[in-house]
Design a protein around this ligand. Structure first.
Ligand SMILES: Cc1cc2nc3c(=O)[nH]c(=O)nc-3n(C[C@H](O)[C@H](O)[C@H](O)COP(=O)(O)OP(=O)(O)OC[C@H]3O[C@@H](n4cnc5c(N)ncnc54)[C@H](O)[C@@H]3O)c2cc1C
Length: 495
């Protein structure tokens, strides 16, 4: 047999899985449908500006935190370094009516102090919120790093929505909107996101926020180097068509789209669960499991405007903007006319010189169906109608940004717009959602283990979205192969 393990999909979760297994001596192949690895983490250039796509910033890079340990263990810090955002205001929340601005600082103590100064009558709500979020985050991290199941009490927070929790603490709309604003980072409205997932995501940013020097593509380059050093065979532009099982149901290999069969004794699939169902022959999964995977809810999709300004964007220097007309927009970020929804704005990278232009991009959450079909019901991607719709949408987004951010008034130059169709094409995600399968109150997301011996799952559907969520899922999928105790010892040794 040529390989011990095949990893399907070379996004962040696939690259992590392949590297962890190879570090433990397994012969591994990483199979990716796209022509290169890490397609979602790459960048593109427009008008002399380099725009990152699927990675801008993350929490959890502080010393000893989960991503810091994972990066050390994988040897990624040999080739990449993290860059801290502005410690006194890495995320800037703004709304127009009432006129209000809040800058999130690093650290729970600083955040508490600032919240209390801004909302002096809300001490109890603020303290309870921060204590609960911090406790969920600390206990979740503990179980992640010791490769143990989450503590029982944490499951209780899977069935409480962020909205229900905030409503139980306060009636202050502005405070609730502020604490809900990060929903753009997981693409689920406060009404539906489990408090546990919210705490895992924002709990990491409340400690610190970092970018990666050189952006997502330098992370991909670092992965590539380590994968090659570890002897992983990288097969790009070669999608998996079918997972092959023997008569007893055990995994035996995969068939690629070009017909070649690759034998292996195990597989980690990082593709979207609905894509996985197309790869697994009927009868191998129970029908109830198929139904469960088919019914998983999707995270929001988005329109992403890539643009530039003819003046320096000091505001976006080490910080992101969360903008909205009024606080209510953050309670239902995917409802109402899309051009009135909250906007996330972040800086692009300059590539050609130290002079202008200055680039940025802005995400507005939409349903995945946004501009999916023309009136004929046919896909209109690439058609004249689609281009017109894109240009119209870009103009409307541009107007809204200029309205909500006076510093950019009459200064925005449109460069590109990405739609759910674009995301579908570049991520091979069936619905074009931003973060794949959602984490949703009352929904039971799949675990890393399947009933097919040798087939494990990783990716956004499992532990959470973002670099943090998918790397957690990859390490935990690999722990099933390597042994939980062994991997725990190895990861904890990396200080
Ligand atoms: C616009 C945007 C901005 C984001 N910003 C951030 C951010 O700032 N910070 C952050 O932490 N996260 C961010 N994210 C989320 C982050 O990019 C993702 O959570 C993460 O990259 C997902 O990694 P993955 O490996 O699970 O999935 P993917 O990267 O989607 O990997 C799955 C891979 O499987 C491949 N594939 C599909 N079908 C097949 C097949 N049949 N055979 C072989 N291969 C196949 C796909 O081509 C794909 O490469 C952002 C996402 C988006 C869309």
């Amino acid at each position: 047999m040529r390989y011990d393990y095949l990893v399907i999909g070379a996004g962040a979760s696939g690259m992590t899985s392949a590297l962890v297994l190879a570090k433990h001596g397994y012969r591994v192949a990483l199979v990716e449908k796209y022509p290169s690895i890490g397609p979602l983490l790459n960048s593109f250039i427009r008008g002399g500006l380099r725009f990152d796509t699927g990675f801008h910033y993350s929490g959890d890079f502080g010393k000893g935190q989960v991503l810091d340990r994972f990066f050390r263990y994988l040897g990624l810090f040999d080739s990449v370094s993290t860059v801290p955002y502005n410690a006194s205001g890495y995320d800037v929340f703004r709304c127009r009516k009432p006129e209000f601005e809040f800058r999130f600082p690093f650290g729970y103590a600083a955040l508490r102090e600032k919240l209390l100064a801004t909302f002096p009558g809300e001490r109890k709500a603020i303290d309870t919120y921060l204590q609960v979020v911090a406790k969920i985050k600390v206990d979740t991290d503990d179980s992640i790093l010791v490769f143990a199941p989450p503590r029982d009490y944490l499951q209780g927070y899977d069935s409480v929505s962020l909205k229900a929790f905030l409503d139980s603490l306060t009636g202050n709309s502005l405070l609730k909107a502020l604490l809900s604003s990060h929903c753009v980072l997981y693409g689920v409205a406060p009404e539906h996101v489990p408090l546990s997932l919210h705490a895992q995501v924002v709990g990491s940013y409340y400690l610190s926020a970092h970018g990666i020097a050189g952006g997502g593509e330098s992370l991909v380059a670092a992965f590539k180097r380590r994968l090659q050093e570890a002897g992983v065979e990288i097969l790009c532009g070669r999608g998996v068509r079918e997972i092959l099982a023997g008569p007893a149901g055990g995994l035996e290999g995969v068939r690629l789209e070009d017909g070649e069969v690759l034998e292996c004794r195990g597989c980690i699939s990082t593709v979207h669960p609905r894509t996985l169902l197309q790869l697994v022959p009927q009868g191998l999964f129970r029908s109830v499991y198929r139904k469960r995977l088919t019914g998983l809810k999707e995270s929001a999709s988005g329109l992403i405007l890539y643009a530039e300004s003819d003046t320096p964007l000091e505001l976006l220097n080490g910080a992101n903007l969360y903008l909205s007309e009024g606080p209510e927009a953050f309670f239902t970020p995917m409802e109402g006319p899309w051009w009135r929804r909250p906007l996330f704005v972040s800086a692009a990278r300059r590539v050609l010189s130290d002079n202008p232009p200055y680039g940025f991009f802005s995400i507005c959450l939409t349903a995945p169906e946004f501009c999916e079909e023309g009136s004929s019901g046919q896909s209109w991607h690439g058609s004249e109608n689609y281009r017109e719709a894109k240009e119209r949408a870009a103009r409307m987004l541009q107007d809204q940004i200029e309205k909500l951010c006076p510093e950019l008034r009459d200064r925005v130059i449109y460069r590109e717009l990405s739609t759910p169709q674009t995301l579908k094409r570049y991520t091979h995600s069936p619905s074009g959602s931003l973060y794949g399968v959602a984490h949703w109150v009352g929904q039971s997301n799949p675990s890393t283990i399947t009933r097919i011996p040798g087939l494990f799952l990783a990716g956004q559907a499992i532990a959470g979205p973002g670099l943090l969520g998918v790397m957690i899922s990859a390490f935990h999928a690999c722990a099933n192969v390597i042994g939980h105790e062994q991997l725990k010892k190895d990861v904890m040794r990396c200080n």
